[in-house]
Each structure stands twice: as structure tokens, then as C-alpha cells.
Design a protein. Structure first.
Length: 136
């Protein structure tokens, strides 16, 4: 893991290695990348893995951008691709209502094999598909 993290840092990536903190864990040695250890009450078994993953989830969820380089990627986590989907039973009704509320549409409704779809952007630049699936 150390070699992978070091290689990624040398390639220009901002890396944080997150691990588990035990009572007997020595202090982390200084490395080229950031290190974080998560404390857990449970020490083994299913409970440990569940607690660790929940703590990891919240650690990642509430991580803040550090510096201008990271801040410019807020809202562009997907490289300009749609990754959120909102289904509707009447796309034209919702399209008109959303336009009236100044929601920015990247692509107007268009017929596709799976239904009618429009693409809009949220406040943070994330792209959404507004989809009215084909009725079967």
C-alpha cells in the first residue's frame, strides 16, 4: 500500500491513506501522503467492519476541499457526465416547472429507446437526467 500511495503522489495525486487505529498502534511515520487512522469501539468480526465502514463513509462525506486546486473540482466529480437520475411520470410538466424556477437545462427533452430524457444541472454543477420511462 505504501508503494502505491507513494507512486500516486509522485504522479501528482493528492492521497490520504485511511486505516484503523488500535491501542498499540505506533504513531504513523511521516510519508509523502497524508495518513488518517479511524478509532472503532469494536475490534473484530462483522460489527467491526460495519462500524469501520460507517466511520469511513462519514469521514469521506464530510471531507472538505483544501486549497484552490481541490475547490475547482466541487461539482465536477464525474468529469462532466450525468450520474444522478430523477424519474417522472410527466416530463413536459416537470420540464416547464423546472424552467420556470430557473433550473439550467443542458439538453431539452429528447425521445430515446428507454423513454424521454432531459439533462439539467444542479446548484453545484452536477448533471442529472430527468427521465420519463417508456410506459409498458
Amino acid at each position: 500500500m505504501i508503494r502505491i500511495c507513494t507512486s500516486l503522489v509522485e504522479a501528482g495525486y493528492d492521497i490520504t491513506l485511511i486505516g484503523h487505529k488500535k491501542k498499540i498502534s505506533p504513531a504513523p511515520e511521516p510519508k509523502k501522503y497524508k495518513q488518517k487512522r479511524l478509532f472503532t469501539f469494536l475490534k473484530k468480526g462483522f460489527g467491526f467492519y460495519a462500524e469501520y465502514n460507517i466511520r469511513l463513509f462519514f469521514c469521506l462525506l464530510f471531507a472538505k476541499a483544501t486549497g484552490e486546486e481541490q475547490k475547482k473540482y466541487i461539482g465536477n466529480q464525474t468529469g462532466g457526465r450525468v450520474f444522478l437520475f430523477l424519474n417522472t411520470d410527466d416530463i413536459w410538466r416537470d420540464f416547464k416547472n423546472m424552467q420556470a424556477r430557473q433550473i439550467t437545462f443542458i439538453r431539452e427533452p429528447k425521445e430515446e429507446a428507454y423513454g424521454t430524457v432531459a439533462v439539467f444541472s444542479d446548484l453545484y454543477g452536477n448533471l442529472w437526467d430527468l427521465i420519463e420511462p417508456v410506459k409498458r
